[in-house]
Structures are given as C-alpha cells and as structure tokens.
Design a protein around this ligand. Sequence first.
Ligand SMILES: NC(=O)c1ccc[n+]([C@@H]2O[C@H](COP(=O)([O-])OP(=O)(O)OC[C@H]3O[C@@H](n4cnc5c(N)ncnc54)[C@H](OP(=O)(O)O)[C@@H]3O)[C@@H](O)[C@H]2O)c1
Length: 262
Amino acid sequence: MQTTLPWALVTGGSNGIGLEIARTLAAAGHPIALAARSADKLEALAHELQRDYGVETRVVAIDLGQRDAADLLVDTLAETDVHPRVLVNNAGFGVYGLHADTSLDDEQAMIDLNITTLTRLTKRLLPGMLLVRDGRILNVASTAAFQPGPYMAVYYATKAYVLSYSEALAEELKGTRVTVTALCPGPTASGFQDKAAMHDSALVKGKRLPSAKSVAVYGVRAMQRGQRVAIHGGMNWMLAQSIRFTPRRVVTWLVAKLSQPT
Ligand SMILES: NC(=O)c1ccc[n+]([C@@H]2O[C@H](COP(=O)([O-])OP(=O)(O)OC[C@H]3O[C@@H](n4cnc5c(N)ncnc54)[C@H](OP(=O)(O)O)[C@@H]3O)[C@@H](O)[C@H]2O)c1
C-alpha cells in the first residue's frame, strides 16, 4: 500500500542549505512548498523537483522579513489546500562587523526573519500538527547558538534564540508525535558569506567549507529521527561540548580572535 507523505514547507528554498533540504525531502517523496523572495529560482527548483521526483510543488515568492509574512504564507498555502506537517524554518542571514558600525535596519531585518517569522510560522502550523498527531519541525540554528559572537553579535544572539526555543518546544511536545529539531551547522559553503559580507573573517577565509548538501542530508535525517539538537561535523560537536566547561569570557575572547578581519 502506498502512503502519501505530508507537505513540507521549506523557507529559504531558493539557495544554499534550504535548496538542498528541499531536494532531500522531495527525493524522499514529500510534496514541497517553497518560500523565499527569488521567484525565478523557486520556480526553477519546483520544476526540477517535479521532473526528478514526481512530487507536487507550490511556490510562494515572499519577503519573510515582513511582520505579517508568516500569516500570509500559511493562508496562501491553505487556499490551495496545502497544510504542511513538515516545517523547515531555514531562511536566515547574518550581518558581519562591529556592532557600533553595522546598520540597525539590517540587524532589525535579521531579527525579524531569523526570530520573528520562525516563531510565527511555528505557532501557526503547530496546532494542525497536534490535531493529527504528526509533525516535524526543523529549525536551522547554527554552531553560533552556543556562545556569544563578537563581530556578529546580533546574528549569534538570534541563533541562541532559535536553539533555546527549539529545545524548550521539543520538551513541551514530548509524547505528541510532533518533534522539533535544531540543526546547528558550522560555516557552510552557500550564499551566506556573501550576504553577510564576511569573507575577511578568519572563520571562513581560505577555508574549505562543508557543502550545503552534506548539511541538508544530515539535518533531514536528524529531523526524521526526532533528534532535538543536531550539530553538523565532529569538530563542531566537540567545540560545542568543550564550550560548556570553559569560562564564557574566554570563549567570547576566542570567538573574537577567530572572527576578526584578517
Ligand atoms: N552557511 C553558513 O555558514 C551557515 C552556518 C550556520 C547556519 N546557517 C543558517 O542556515 C540558514 C540558510 O542559510 P544558507 O547558508 O543556505 O544561506 P543562503 O545561501 O544565503 O540562503 C539563504 C536563504 O534564505 C532566503 N532569505 C533570505 N532573506 C529572506 C527574506 N527576507 N525572505 C525570504 N527568504 C529569505 C534566501 O532566499 P531569497 O534571497 O531568494 O529571499 C535563501 O534562499 C540560515 O538560517 C543561516 O543562518 C548558515
């Protein structure tokens, strides 16, 4: 007997990790709804997913940094009877530089996207998942979530929010068959570094970064298992653990050293 897999909504599906997560979920047989601003890229990916995996797709071109974006997105999908039971909150970006010098507008937009829309989308889709006792939520946090981040102070703080929120929610949802996974990649090859204007940061300069695909495949597996926190890469995992036994001031100093322009 063939079972129909639920719709998966992937935010930020037009590039990088989100695009690869959409491919991975489509390959597993999920119909896919894609949301980001770049309509042309989303349409091209939707076409590819239909052709390669035979899954249904929907595309919503939307700026998810707007306050009402989550409601608009969920309502638009509902109009065509799409009620996602898999939610991938992936869209996000970073701002690099000394906080005294960075643009407040950019940082506010980052908070609105990385925190507000992620929370509002979860809040809107969670009741439907609970009703049918079936749901998977994958929130893309970062290894940045584990410590303060000089030179990207607001970005690191947004990811600390995502990790804390996801873990708390996972505990509340215990026994409901709805799971929440916080995916924590380290620096990954994608459009992120361009957008954050951080190519001079020692964190990424001259480094060979893991592919977005390897992060996506790892994250989707962790989500399917219902794992709460998924740290991509052995070294990232070790660093995240060792931080817990190191004075925060020392860790913060170290991140500043690693992140400063070279
Ligand atoms: N790459 C890394 O080193 C790294 C490490 C840890 C965590 N992460 C996290 O991974 C997630 C994905 O980032 P990525 O590395 O794949 O970066 P990316 O290649 O720049 O992709 C970002 C995605 O987010 C979408 N997006 C950005 N602003 C948006 C907005 N206002 N409204 C709707 N969509 C928006 C972009 O689509 P449009 O431009 O078409 O809107 C794009 O699809 C982010 O949450 C990031 O914080 C990345």
